[in-house]
Design a protein around this ligand. Structure first.
Ligand code: CTP
Length: 402
């Protein structure tokens, strides 16, 4: 299943130099299952031809209000009604000004005026133009009327200057589309996700680690942000791309992870502990690299605090989601952890099965609850598993807040 399956995205393209990025955006939207129709302004067609968008979208491209049509239809109204979401990327200062001023003088602006779908604009222009108070006022006016604005990126611009105004990379725009089309199950919620395997230092160059890749935790952070949560990702890995709109806190050891989670716990609504936390750490960390002078080397290990267990003892309003990686007696061991750690959901994961657990793209999990029957999920993509877990966590939160 793709995240935008069956969704109708109407993409408005205006005449900014970053139009070329919109071509890639069409591909990405379609790859996620969306059907894309494109409206271009005349000026946009001077930079990239309508043909390119037609080929990539697999649909006719609309430019002219007055063109001969092959079948009779009031095109701008039909398109306005067809859209689940109207995305304008890039949105020039001119186009923003026209929409904010109620001007509808071409196919794009007329259709925006007629649509009842959410409208998402990705402004892209020279830095001084973006900073211009009239442009800012127009954007503010649009926000007040419920239009969503994707903040431009800062960086080097096509005109040679450096500053804010670049069209964000297609991946970030795609995320904003997913967010706008989500059910907003976690709007206003604060979520903490932990990810990756902790590393417990032995000396300045060595550590005790584990096989966790962090993929499940990153997928959870993305899924929660997509549903509108403010997400902090406490990560013991720096190998993965941080999902858009997610605040990242890098940690190394279990003690650092505990400090990072404790610091935000009081203001958090949901904690999802997908990290593989080392149960033990070396008692003493050598200041200098240990030399191989002895035949045998003994390390004494000390137990790490169980971060999740301690949160379970302290929780007030928070929903706690834990993971259990098991190789046998999945339900029995999982249920014991669920109860002992005072959790709302335990994601039990049989890591001995092919397609489950560490370093795979898919996972096979069973969700355990204190008051309901276990829910076994089929083998699926980690992102999809994450979406399901986040949905269940959001349900727990609304039950608690009733
Ligand atoms: N966990 C934690 N702090 C620890 C150990 C585990 O917060 N020191 C969390 C993990 O993030 C996970 C859950 O507890 O969400 C269960 O982790 P797991 O390693 O499966 O269980 P343990 O409690 O360590 O039990 P055991 O290793 O004995 O199976």
């Amino acid at each position: 299943m793709n995240r935008l399956d069956g969704k109708h995205i109407l993409l408005g393209v205006t005449g900014g130099i970053s139009v070329y990025k919109a071509l890639d955006l069409v591909r990405k939207l379609r790859k996620e299952g969306a059907q894309v129709r494109v409206i271009m302004t005349q000026n946009a067609t001077r930079i990239v031809s309508a043909l390119a968008f037609r080929e990539l979208s697999g649909e006719p491209v609309y430019v002219d209000m007055w063109a001969e049509v092959t079948h009779w239809n009031v095109e701008h109204i039909a398109l306005a009604n067809w859209a689940d979401l109207f995305l304008i990327a890039p949105a020039t200062a001119n186009c923003i000004g026209k929409i904010a001023g109620g001007i509808a003088d071409d196919m794009l602006t007329t259709t925006v005026m007629a649509t009842q779908a959410p409208v998402l604009l990705a402004p892209a222009m020279n830095t001084n133009m973006f900073a211009n108070p009239i442009v800012q006022e127009n954007l503010e006016r649009l926000r007040r009327h419920g239009y969503r604005i994707i903040e431009p990126d800062a960086g080097e611009m096509a005109c040679g200057t450096c500053g804010k105004g670049r069209l964000p990379e297609p991946a970030r725009i795609l995320f904003a589309v997913e967010q706008a089309l989500s059910e907003h199950l976690l709007a206003g919620a604060r979520v903490v996700v932990t990810a990756g395997g902790t590393r417990e230092p032995i000396d300045p160059v060595r550590f005790i680690g584990n096989r966790s890749s962090g993929k499940m935790g990153y997928a959870l952070a993305r899924a929660a942000a997509r549903q509108g949560a403010k997400v902090t990702l406490v990560s013991a890995t720096d190998k993965l791309e941080v999902p858009p709109e997610v605040e990242i806190v890098y940690v190394t050891s279990a003690l650092e992870m505990k400090a990072a989670v404790d610091a935000v716990f009081a203001d958090t609504d949901i904690v999802i502990k997908a990290a593989a936390v080392a149960d033990y750490r070396p008692d003493l960390v050598a200041d200098q690299k240990i030399k191989k002078s002895q035949e045998q080397l003994q390390l004494t290990l000390t137990k790490n605090p169980d971060i999740l267990y301690e949160l379970g003892q302290r929780k007030t309003h928070q929903v706690l989601v834990g993971f259990a990686a098991e190789t046998q007696n999945l339900i029995a061991h999982g249920t014991e952890k669920l109860q002992r750690k005072n959790l709302d959901i335990l994601v039990a994961n049989d890591v001995s099965q092919p397609g489950a657990g560490f370093n795979t793209e898919t996972n096979i999990v069973t969700l355990l609850y204190p008051d309901r029957e276990p829910e076994a999920l089929a083998r699926m993509d980690k992102q999809e598993v994450a979406e399901r877990i986040v949905r269940r966590a959001a349900e727990c939160r609304s039950r608690l807040h009733k």
